[in-house]
Design a protein around this ligand. Structure first.
Ligand code: SF4
Ligand code: SF4
Length: 155
């Protein structure tokens, strides 16, 4: 595979991410497992089992083949709009020192234990930021997780 491949991303090869509502996802940018059953942390036997499981293995295979991954549309859109994305950032950092595109081992675990946060970054969501939850609620906006199966209600 050439490094210029437009869908390859290092993240599924070296990271595990859990949303504040317990949803397993590719990274904090990614949508939940589009078109497939949503996996929750409580249903995962171990981080290794998740990391080496069918879902991430399938995502990696698609990326190595240059196929688009529906969960990654945010990155593709950012690249078409302004030429860079979280995907391109992670890849450039990795390729500064490595060239093995298939190397996989957990180097980062992003485990969010709740939505308590002092900030309210504009690209974020109430289920990740208690300050945004307050603001969205005052505006009458939907404060729920985008995950339709979420039963979490934040404050
Ligand atoms: S392509 Fe973007 S959304 Fe997909 S895993 Fe990489 S950083 Fe996350
Ligand atoms: S509002 Fe908080 S959780 Fe959301 S992106 Fe900003 S710092 Fe992170």
């Amino acid at each position: 595979m050439k490094k210029e491949n437009n869908t390859y991303c290092r993240v599924p090869f070296d990271s595990v991410t859990v949303s504040p509502t317990g949803r397993m996802q590719l990274c904090c940018e990614a949508q939940w497992t589009g078109g497939t059953e949503i996996t929750k942390l409580k249903d995962v036997e171990s981080i290794d089992q998740w990391f080496n499981g069918d879902y991430l293995t399938g995502v990696r295979k698609k990326m190595l083949n240059g196929e688009r991954v529906s969960e990654c549309e945010t990155c593709y859109k950012n690249e078409s709009t302004h030429g860079s994305s979280t995907r391109t950032w992670h890849n450039s950092k990795y390729f500064e020192q490595h060239d093995d595109v298939q190397e996989q081992s957990i180097k980062k675990v992003d485990l969010k234990l709740g939505n308590k946060c002092n900030l309210k970054c504009k690209m974020c969501f109430p289920y990740a930021s208690s300050e945004l939850w307050k603001e969205w609620k005052a505006l009458g906006w939907n404060t729920k997780d985008k995950d339709p199966n979420s039963d979490t209600s934040w404050k």
